[in-house]
Design a protein around this ligand. Sequence first.
Ligand code: SAH
Ligand code: MG
Length: 197
Amino acid sequence: MKETIIEMEKYAKEHNVPIIEKDSIKFIMKYIKLNNVKKILELGTAIGYSGILMVSASEGVELTTIERDEKRYMEALKNVKKCGLEKQIEIVFQDALDVNLVGRTYDLIFIDAAKGQYIKFFEKFSHYLSPGGVIITDNINFHGLVGNRSEDMSKNLNSLVSKIEDYIEFLKTNQEFTTKFYEIGDGLSVSYKKDEK
Ligand code: SAH
Ligand code: MG
């Protein structure tokens, strides 16, 4: 398992796969342990790196993770197998916005897929939270570019940064959720559903 993790880090570097930063995954693993998280949904599997680590955070954790890129999906399948976690990790090869999870609930939803679609993901998947569940979102600082743009940024990059800024505003003004922002790794947010009265 430890060896596979190191191999994955190397693969990610060589193939430009944007896996989670060490401090961020440590924070999430601690959260899973302390809050007795059992069921996790992840949007954006990539090669399975964050998924495998989340499942290893404590006993009896089950993960459903969604990936739309076939090459990465195949790579993730291979890595999950290598770690012997096929029973705990279900990988769905589909666009997250097309996936139907009716009837399921999750203690933790980890949003880490296309940065331009964060609001859509939040709106679609927040319905699947179990009571007391949270949504954690990665790359809230987007490589330090959020709130810190440079003149020579491409149009595409500019638009992505705008979308993350919109997402942050969406979280801050959300009536149903309270969100805390953390300067960890590439920036993380943790959103809790407000108590229903
Ligand atoms: N969570 C991973 C990294 C994910 S990178 C880790 O930290 O190890 C983001 C991934 O999301 C990419 O592999 C990309 O193909 C996938 N993705 C982006 N938009 C998606 C969508 N709408 N549905 C499913 N997967 C998506
Ligand atoms: Mg990420």
